[in-house]
Design a protein around this ligand. Structure first.
Ligand code: CA
Length: 184
């Protein structure tokens, strides 16, 4: 699940639509209040956060996220207006993981997401002290890079396919029920 906080409806809708069509689950929020309400119920794996918002601005929201033990490890990509160098520096100082400058292309958005998620997966695999690579026959999953190979060939999976494959790999040799897969 990815949360996108953006007051400009056309950008918010485009982001949510793009994420959903590329296999992510996504929810959009116009401002901080509804975002924090949703956050109380569900923790997303990543947050896209606009800086200029009505009410609390993105920097204040970022500070809250990074000072709460519950949310401080969620990667945040700050979305800044073009040329706002100051905002970028401020965002990164306050613990944002990356930033995206408006207007951005769909390709740029997806590229930033991939990089941030890869970093996150690396952190997760370090934390769990898992082996960074899964190998079974010709299949090789490189968790750190978020890449899958069959023999020498890299497979291009959607995020959902990748997650599903990782889950199956973690449970290799076991039969998984539909319920287990949906829950995990
Ligand atoms: Ca805005």
């Amino acid at each position: 699940m990815i949360f996108c906080v953006e007051d400009e409806a056309n950008i918010r809708e485009l982001v949510v639509y793009t994420l959903e069509t590329t296999g992510f689950e996504a929810r959009g929020f116009e401002e901080g209040t509804s975002f924090f309400e949703a956050l109380a119920e569900e923790l997303p794996e990543l947050i896209l956060l606009d800086i200029m918002l009505p009410g609390e601005d993105g920097m204040e929201i970022l500070k809250k996220l990074k000072t709460s033990g519950r949310t401080k490890d969620i990667p945040v990509i700050m979305v800044t207006a073009k040329g706002a160098e100051y905002d970028k520096v401020m965002g990164l100082d306050a613990g944002a993981d990356d930033y995206l400058t408006k207007p951005f292309s769909v390709e740029e958005l997806l590229a930033r997401l991939r990089v941030t998620r890869r970093r996150l997966q690396m952190m997760k695999s370090d934390a769990l002290n898992q082996s960074a690579v899964f190998v079974n026959g010709d299949l090789r999953i490189d968790y750190a890079a978020g890449c899958v190979y069959l023999g020498e060939e890299e497979l291009h999976l959607t995020p959902i396919e990748y997650k599903l494959l990782c889950l199956l790999a973690q449970n290799a040799g076991r039969v998984l029920t539909h319920t287990f897969i949906m829950e995990n």
